[in-house]
Design a protein around this ligand. Structure first.
Ligand code: CTP
Ligand code: CA
Length: 239
C-alpha cells in the first residue's frame, strides 16, 4: 500500500502531526493519562508520508512502530507537547492534532512517592474506610487553540473532537472555540470507533461549512479522508 499509494498530492508539503496520550506526573512513579493508543495519529502521519509530505510526528508515549520516513519527536507531558508543536509550527503547511492531551495535571506533583498509608499508620479495613487522598488538579493549556493564535495565513489546522454524546453540537463548538479549519468529530462510545480500536468513524466539519460523514473504516482510510480535505485546502487559493 505504501509505495504504491497512487496520490502524491502532498509532495513538497510539510505536515505536523501529534499522536498518543500525554502523561502528567503525580509523583515519580505515577501519572494521569488516558486511553489513547496513538493509532489514529500514527495513521495520519503514515498516510501523509505515503502521499509525499515531509512529516514531523510529535508523539506521546505509545508502543507503536514509528512510520518509516517520518521524523518522530517524543514527548511526555502536555507542556512538552506544546513546546514541540510551537517549535515546529513556523516550518509546516498544516497541523493535524490527533493527540489526546491529558486535560489536567497535578498542581504540585509530589517529589517523593505518595505512600499508601499515611505516616506508617495502617490503612483502613474495609473498602470505604481506606485512607483518602485528595489530588488538586489544574487544566493544562489548549495546545491547538494556542497554535491557531500563532498561525500564519494559509496554514491549515485540523483538530479532533472526542465526544460521548451530542457529537455534532459539541464538535461545532470546538471548531469555533479553537479557531481551526477542520474538526474530526469522533463519538468515542460508538463500538469500533474510539480509543484502542483499529477502526474509526467520524464527521468532518469544516469552518467553511463543509460536512463529510466517514463510516466505520480502518484508521488509515479515515486518515486519507482527512488528508484529502487538507490537500484540497492547501491547493486552493491562499486565504
Ligand atoms: N487539545 C489540545 N490541547 C488540550 C486539549 C485538547 O490541543 N489541552 C486538542 C486535541 O488534540 C484535539 C482537540 O483539541 O485535537 C479537541 O480535544 P478534545 O479532548 O475533544 O477537546 P477539549 O478541548 O480538551 O475539551 P473536552 O475534553 O473537555 O471535551
Ligand atoms: Ca480533552
Amino acid at each position: 500500500r505504501c509505495l504504491l499509494h497512487p496520490v502524491k498530492d502532498l509532495l513538497g508539503r510539510r505536515i505536523l502531526v501529534t499522536a498518543g496520550p500525554t502523561r502528567e506526573p503525580l509523583d515519580p512513579v505515577r501519572f494521569l493519562s488516558n486511553r489513547s493508543s496513538g493509532k489514529m495519529g500514527y495513521a495520519v502521519a503514515r498516510m501523509a508520508r505515503y502521499r509525499g509530505a515531509s512529516v514531523v510526528l510529535v508523539s506521546g508515549p505509545t508502543w507503536l512502530e514509528p512510520p518509516a520516513g517520518v521524523e518522530v519527536v517524543r514527548v511526555e507531558t502536555a507542556e512538552q507537547m506544546q513546546a514541540a508543536c510551537h517549535q515546529w509550527l513556523p516550518e509546516v503547511d498544516a497541523v493535524v492534532m490527533a493527540a489526546a492531551v491529558a486535560d489536567f495535571r497535578a498542581v504540585s506533583p509530589s517529589e517523593a512517592k505518595i505512600k499508601r498509608e499515611a505516616d506508617g499508620a495502617p490503612g483502613g479495613g474495609d473498602a470505604a474506610g481506606g485512607r483518602r487522598l485528595l489530588l488538586e488538579l489544574v487544566a493544562v493549556p489548549d495546545i491547538l487553540a494556542s497554535l491557531a493564535q500563532r498561525r500564519r495565513p494559509g496554514q491549515v489546522l485540523v483538530g479532533f473532537a472526542a465526544e460521548t454524546g451530542r457529537l455534532e453540537d459539541l464538535a461545532r463548538e470546538k471548531l469555533r472555540r479553537k479557531g481551526v479549519d477542520l474538526i474530526v468529530a469522533n463519538d468515542v462510545t460508538r463500538p469500533g470507533a474510539g480509543f484502542e480500536s483499529e477502526t474509526n468513524a467520524a464527521i468532518l466539519l469544516g469552518a467553511d461549512g463543509t460536512r463529510t460523514e466517514v463510516p466505520l473504516v480502518a484508521k488509515e482510510s479515515l486518515a486519507d479522508r482527512i488528508l484529502d480535505w487538507v490537500a484540497a485546502r492547501l491547493a486552493g487559493p491562499a486565504r
